[in-house]
Design a protein around this ligand. Structure first.
Ligand code: RIB
Ligand code: CA
Length: 312
Protein backbone atom coordinates (compact mmCIF):
# COMPACT_ATOMS: atom_id res chain seq x y z
CA UNK A 1 0.00 0.00 0.00
CA UNK A 2 1.29 3.45 -0.95
CA UNK A 3 0.26 6.55 1.03
CA UNK A 4 0.81 9.44 -1.34
CA UNK A 5 0.50 13.18 -2.11
CA UNK A 6 0.81 13.06 -5.95
CA UNK A 7 3.05 14.92 -6.79
CA UNK A 8 5.32 14.34 -9.75
CA UNK A 9 7.78 11.99 -8.08
CA UNK A 10 4.84 10.25 -6.42
CA UNK A 11 3.49 9.49 -9.91
CA UNK A 12 6.81 7.93 -10.90
CA UNK A 13 6.83 5.89 -7.67
CA UNK A 14 3.26 4.60 -8.19
CA UNK A 15 3.96 3.70 -11.83
CA UNK A 16 7.24 2.00 -10.86
CA UNK A 17 5.40 -0.11 -8.27
CA UNK A 18 2.90 -1.14 -10.95
CA UNK A 19 5.71 -2.21 -13.28
CA UNK A 20 7.65 -4.11 -10.61
CA UNK A 21 6.89 -7.83 -10.92
CA UNK A 22 7.99 -8.38 -7.32
CA UNK A 23 5.23 -6.14 -6.00
CA UNK A 24 1.42 -6.18 -5.88
CA UNK A 25 -0.04 -2.70 -5.35
CA UNK A 26 -3.18 -3.35 -3.26
CA UNK A 27 -4.26 0.22 -2.68
CA UNK A 28 -3.47 3.93 -2.56
CA UNK A 29 -4.27 6.24 0.34
CA UNK A 30 -4.00 9.97 -0.09
CA UNK A 31 -2.66 12.80 2.01
CA UNK A 32 -1.97 16.55 1.80
CA UNK A 33 1.55 17.69 1.06
CA UNK A 34 2.45 18.61 -2.50
CA UNK A 35 -1.26 19.45 -2.94
CA UNK A 36 -4.40 19.47 -0.78
CA UNK A 37 -5.72 15.98 0.01
CA UNK A 38 -8.73 16.39 -2.32
CA UNK A 39 -6.37 16.91 -5.28
CA UNK A 40 -4.14 14.07 -4.09
CA UNK A 41 -7.20 11.80 -4.28
CA UNK A 42 -8.15 13.08 -7.75
CA UNK A 43 -4.60 12.57 -8.98
CA UNK A 44 -4.34 9.09 -7.47
CA UNK A 45 -7.51 8.09 -9.34
CA UNK A 46 -6.19 9.72 -12.55
CA UNK A 47 -2.85 7.89 -12.32
CA UNK A 48 -4.51 4.49 -11.87
CA UNK A 49 -6.74 5.27 -14.86
CA UNK A 50 -3.71 6.13 -17.02
CA UNK A 51 -2.16 2.83 -15.94
CA UNK A 52 -5.35 0.89 -16.71
CA UNK A 53 -5.57 -0.21 -13.07
CA UNK A 54 -8.86 1.19 -11.82
CA UNK A 55 -9.28 -2.16 -10.04
CA UNK A 56 -6.96 -0.74 -7.37
CA UNK A 57 -8.81 1.16 -4.62
CA UNK A 58 -8.07 4.67 -3.44
CA UNK A 59 -9.00 5.94 0.03
CA UNK A 60 -9.09 9.64 0.89
CA UNK A 61 -6.95 10.66 3.86
CA UNK A 62 -6.63 13.40 6.45
CA UNK A 63 -7.04 16.98 5.29
CA UNK A 64 -4.93 18.46 8.10
CA UNK A 65 -1.87 17.46 10.19
CA UNK A 66 -2.48 15.98 13.65
CA UNK A 67 -1.93 19.20 15.58
CA UNK A 68 -0.70 22.05 13.39
CA UNK A 69 -2.13 23.80 10.31
CA UNK A 70 -1.28 22.42 6.85
CA UNK A 71 1.60 24.48 5.43
CA UNK A 72 -0.04 24.54 1.98
CA UNK A 73 0.66 23.17 -1.52
CA UNK A 74 3.82 23.72 -3.54
CA UNK A 75 2.59 24.57 -7.07
CA UNK A 76 6.02 25.96 -7.97
CA UNK A 77 7.41 22.41 -7.69
CA UNK A 78 4.60 20.04 -8.72
CA UNK A 79 2.26 22.40 -10.59
CA UNK A 80 -1.12 23.83 -9.55
CA UNK A 81 -2.67 20.46 -10.46
CA UNK A 82 0.07 18.46 -8.72
CA UNK A 83 0.94 16.87 -12.07
CA UNK A 84 3.26 19.35 -13.74
CA UNK A 85 0.32 21.48 -15.00
CA UNK A 86 -0.64 18.70 -17.41
CA UNK A 87 -4.26 19.44 -16.45
CA UNK A 88 -5.56 15.93 -17.00
CA UNK A 89 -9.26 15.17 -17.50
CA UNK A 90 -11.27 14.39 -14.35
CA UNK A 91 -11.08 10.73 -13.28
CA UNK A 92 -14.03 8.47 -14.11
CA UNK A 93 -13.70 6.60 -10.80
CA UNK A 94 -14.38 7.50 -7.17
CA UNK A 95 -12.50 6.82 -3.91
CA UNK A 96 -13.74 4.36 -1.28
CA UNK A 97 -16.25 5.53 1.33
CA UNK A 98 -13.90 4.56 4.18
CA UNK A 99 -10.99 6.79 5.27
CA UNK A 100 -7.34 6.17 4.51
CA UNK A 101 -6.66 5.21 8.13
CA UNK A 102 -9.55 2.71 8.13
CA UNK A 103 -8.41 1.26 4.77
CA UNK A 104 -4.82 0.86 6.04
CA UNK A 105 -6.02 -0.92 9.22
CA UNK A 106 -8.41 -3.15 7.25
CA UNK A 107 -5.80 -4.27 4.71
CA UNK A 108 -3.09 -4.98 7.32
CA UNK A 109 -5.34 -6.79 9.81
CA UNK A 110 -6.94 -8.88 7.03
CA UNK A 111 -3.50 -10.14 5.91
CA UNK A 112 -1.19 -10.32 8.95
CA UNK A 113 2.50 -10.11 8.06
CA UNK A 114 1.85 -9.65 4.33
CA UNK A 115 1.26 -5.93 3.75
CA UNK A 116 4.11 -3.43 3.34
CA UNK A 117 3.17 0.18 3.99
CA UNK A 118 4.96 2.69 1.72
CA UNK A 119 4.32 6.28 2.86
CA UNK A 120 5.71 8.82 0.36
CA UNK A 121 4.04 11.92 1.79
CA UNK A 122 3.43 13.36 5.28
CA UNK A 123 2.75 10.64 7.89
CA UNK A 124 -0.62 11.79 9.25
CA UNK A 125 -2.64 8.83 7.91
CA UNK A 126 -0.08 6.37 9.28
CA UNK A 127 -0.26 7.95 12.74
CA UNK A 128 -4.08 7.95 12.61
CA UNK A 129 -4.07 4.26 11.61
CA UNK A 130 -1.80 3.47 14.57
CA UNK A 131 -4.17 5.35 16.90
CA UNK A 132 -7.19 3.56 15.39
CA UNK A 133 -5.63 0.09 15.71
CA UNK A 134 -2.23 -0.10 17.50
CA UNK A 135 -1.95 -3.79 16.56
CA UNK A 136 -1.06 -2.87 12.98
CA UNK A 137 2.48 -2.39 14.32
CA UNK A 138 2.74 -6.13 14.96
CA UNK A 139 0.76 -7.17 11.86
CA UNK A 140 2.33 -5.05 9.10
CA UNK A 141 5.17 -6.71 7.19
CA UNK A 142 7.25 -3.50 7.15
CA UNK A 143 6.99 0.26 6.75
CA UNK A 144 9.29 1.70 4.05
CA UNK A 145 8.91 5.47 3.89
CA UNK A 146 10.38 8.28 1.84
CA UNK A 147 11.15 11.07 4.26
CA UNK A 148 13.51 12.49 6.82
CA UNK A 149 17.11 13.62 6.88
CA UNK A 150 19.26 11.93 9.51
CA UNK A 151 22.75 13.17 8.66
CA UNK A 152 22.18 15.88 6.03
CA UNK A 153 20.37 19.19 5.59
CA UNK A 154 16.67 19.44 4.84
CA UNK A 155 14.83 20.56 1.70
CA UNK A 156 11.66 22.16 3.07
CA UNK A 157 13.79 24.14 5.54
CA UNK A 158 17.52 24.00 6.21
CA UNK A 159 16.60 21.64 9.08
CA UNK A 160 13.86 19.38 7.76
CA UNK A 161 12.62 17.29 4.85
CA UNK A 162 9.21 18.14 3.34
CA UNK A 163 7.20 15.03 4.29
CA UNK A 164 8.30 15.13 7.93
CA UNK A 165 8.10 18.93 8.09
CA UNK A 166 4.44 18.76 7.03
CA UNK A 167 3.48 16.80 10.17
CA UNK A 168 6.32 16.39 12.71
CA UNK A 169 4.00 15.15 15.47
CA UNK A 170 2.69 12.34 13.26
CA UNK A 171 6.23 11.43 12.21
CA UNK A 172 7.44 11.22 15.84
CA UNK A 173 4.60 8.75 16.56
CA UNK A 174 5.40 6.69 13.46
CA UNK A 175 9.15 6.46 14.20
CA UNK A 176 8.32 5.54 17.82
CA UNK A 177 5.96 2.64 17.10
CA UNK A 178 7.22 -0.89 17.63
CA UNK A 179 7.37 -2.03 13.98
CA UNK A 180 9.96 -2.74 11.29
CA UNK A 181 10.54 0.62 9.64
CA UNK A 182 12.99 1.76 6.97
CA UNK A 183 13.66 5.45 6.32
CA UNK A 184 14.59 6.34 2.75
CA UNK A 185 15.48 9.97 3.36
CA UNK A 186 17.40 12.81 1.78
CA UNK A 187 20.59 11.11 3.00
CA UNK A 188 20.20 8.89 -0.08
CA UNK A 189 17.59 10.51 -2.36
CA UNK A 190 19.73 13.62 -2.79
CA UNK A 191 22.26 11.30 -4.43
CA UNK A 192 19.73 9.80 -6.85
CA UNK A 193 19.63 12.36 -9.66
CA UNK A 194 18.04 11.58 -13.02
CA UNK A 195 19.56 13.67 -15.83
CA UNK A 196 17.49 15.37 -18.54
CA UNK A 197 18.93 12.86 -21.04
CA UNK A 198 17.68 9.96 -18.89
CA UNK A 199 14.33 11.72 -18.57
CA UNK A 200 14.16 11.97 -22.34
CA UNK A 201 14.49 8.19 -22.57
CA UNK A 202 11.05 8.05 -21.00
CA UNK A 203 9.68 10.14 -23.88
CA UNK A 204 10.76 7.44 -26.35
CA UNK A 205 8.99 4.69 -24.41
CA UNK A 206 5.63 3.76 -25.90
CA UNK A 207 3.90 2.82 -22.63
CA UNK A 208 1.27 5.27 -21.32
CA UNK A 209 2.96 5.56 -17.92
CA UNK A 210 6.25 6.80 -19.37
CA UNK A 211 4.34 9.11 -21.71
CA UNK A 212 2.60 10.70 -18.73
CA UNK A 213 5.88 11.10 -16.84
CA UNK A 214 7.47 12.71 -19.90
CA UNK A 215 4.63 15.26 -19.81
CA UNK A 216 4.91 16.14 -16.12
CA UNK A 217 8.65 15.92 -15.43
CA UNK A 218 9.76 19.17 -17.16
CA UNK A 219 8.23 21.40 -14.46
CA UNK A 220 9.97 19.43 -11.69
CA UNK A 221 13.21 19.51 -13.69
CA UNK A 222 12.92 23.29 -14.02
CA UNK A 223 12.38 23.76 -10.28
CA UNK A 224 15.28 21.52 -9.25
CA UNK A 225 17.60 23.10 -11.82
CA UNK A 226 16.90 26.59 -10.47
CA UNK A 227 16.65 25.80 -6.74
CA UNK A 228 19.31 23.14 -6.33
CA UNK A 229 21.59 24.22 -9.14
CA UNK A 230 21.89 20.70 -10.45
CA UNK A 231 21.09 19.51 -13.95
CA UNK A 232 18.56 16.80 -13.23
CA UNK A 233 15.76 15.63 -10.92
CA UNK A 234 16.03 14.34 -7.37
CA UNK A 235 14.34 10.91 -7.43
CA UNK A 236 12.79 10.90 -3.94
CA UNK A 237 9.65 8.72 -3.86
CA UNK A 238 10.67 6.12 -6.49
CA UNK A 239 13.80 5.40 -4.40
CA UNK A 240 11.54 4.01 -1.65
CA UNK A 241 9.97 1.64 -4.18
CA UNK A 242 13.39 0.53 -5.43
CA UNK A 243 14.32 -0.22 -1.81
CA UNK A 244 11.47 -2.76 -1.78
CA UNK A 245 12.71 -4.59 -4.87
CA UNK A 246 16.48 -3.95 -4.64
CA UNK A 247 17.38 -3.40 -0.95
CA UNK A 248 20.98 -4.36 -1.73
CA UNK A 249 21.34 -1.05 -3.57
CA UNK A 250 21.20 0.68 -0.19
CA UNK A 251 23.52 0.83 2.82
CA UNK A 252 21.70 1.16 6.15
CA UNK A 253 22.39 1.91 9.81
CA UNK A 254 20.05 1.20 12.70
CA UNK A 255 19.32 3.91 15.28
CA UNK A 256 16.29 5.09 17.26
CA UNK A 257 14.86 8.30 15.75
CA UNK A 258 13.10 11.28 17.32
CA UNK A 259 11.47 14.09 15.38
CA UNK A 260 11.86 17.72 16.41
CA UNK A 261 8.43 19.32 16.86
CA UNK A 262 9.34 22.78 18.13
CA UNK A 263 10.72 25.97 16.61
CA UNK A 264 12.64 26.49 13.42
CA UNK A 265 13.95 22.90 13.33
CA UNK A 266 10.49 21.31 13.44
CA UNK A 267 10.54 18.20 11.25
CA UNK A 268 14.24 17.38 11.72
CA UNK A 269 14.78 13.62 12.23
CA UNK A 270 17.42 13.02 14.91
CA UNK A 271 19.09 9.59 15.15
CA UNK A 272 20.54 8.49 18.50
CA UNK A 273 24.03 7.50 17.35
CA UNK A 274 25.63 7.14 20.81
CA UNK A 275 27.61 3.87 20.39
CA UNK A 276 26.80 2.26 23.69
CA UNK A 277 23.84 4.05 25.20
CA UNK A 278 20.41 5.42 24.36
CA UNK A 279 19.67 8.97 25.50
CA UNK A 280 16.57 9.01 27.76
CA UNK A 281 14.58 11.03 25.19
CA UNK A 282 15.17 8.24 22.67
CA UNK A 283 14.64 5.41 25.17
CA UNK A 284 12.02 2.75 24.48
CA UNK A 285 11.96 3.39 20.75
CA UNK A 286 12.85 0.76 18.15
CA UNK A 287 15.92 1.11 15.95
CA UNK A 288 14.91 2.60 12.60
CA UNK A 289 16.62 1.11 9.55
CA UNK A 290 18.08 4.34 8.13
CA UNK A 291 19.37 4.41 4.54
CA UNK A 292 22.74 6.17 4.70
CA UNK A 293 24.19 5.41 1.24
CA UNK A 294 22.94 4.23 -2.15
CA UNK A 295 24.15 2.80 -5.44
CA UNK A 296 22.36 5.54 -7.37
CA UNK A 297 23.35 4.13 -10.76
CA UNK A 298 21.57 0.86 -9.88
CA UNK A 299 18.48 2.71 -8.63
CA UNK A 300 18.26 4.80 -11.80
CA UNK A 301 18.81 1.74 -14.03
CA UNK A 302 15.96 -0.11 -12.33
CA UNK A 303 13.63 2.87 -12.79
CA UNK A 304 14.55 3.46 -16.44
CA UNK A 305 14.42 -0.24 -17.37
CA UNK A 306 11.00 -0.70 -15.82
CA UNK A 307 9.39 2.59 -16.84
CA UNK A 308 11.21 3.05 -20.13
CA UNK A 309 10.17 -0.42 -21.22
CA UNK A 310 8.98 -0.43 -24.80
CA UNK A 311 6.21 -2.85 -23.92
CA UNK A 312 3.01 -0.77 -23.88
O1 RIB B 1 11.12 15.68 0.21
C1 RIB B 1 10.61 14.97 -0.89
C2 RIB B 1 9.21 14.53 -0.63
O2 RIB B 1 8.34 15.65 -0.51
C3 RIB B 1 8.63 13.69 -1.77
O3 RIB B 1 7.73 12.75 -1.24
C4 RIB B 1 7.91 14.69 -2.61
O4 RIB B 1 6.83 14.12 -3.34
C5 RIB B 1 7.37 15.62 -1.55
O5 RIB B 1 6.17 15.04 -1.05
CA1 CA C 1 5.47 12.57 -2.16
Amino acid sequence: MIDTDPGIDDAMAIFLALRSPELELIGLTTIFGNVHTALSTTNALRLLEIAGRTDISVAHGADQPLERAYAGPVPFIHGSDGQGNAHLPAPSTKPLEISAAEFIVQQIMDAPGQVTLVPIGPLTNIALALQLEPRIAQNVREVVLMGGNAFCAGNATPASEANIHNDPEAADLVFGADWRITMVGLDVTHNVIMTPAQMNLLETARNPLAQHLAKINPLYLEFVATSAEIDGNYIHDPSAVVYLTHPHAFTTAQHPVRVETLGISAGKTWANTFPKRIHPDWAGRPAVNICVDVDSRMVLNVILERLGDQVP
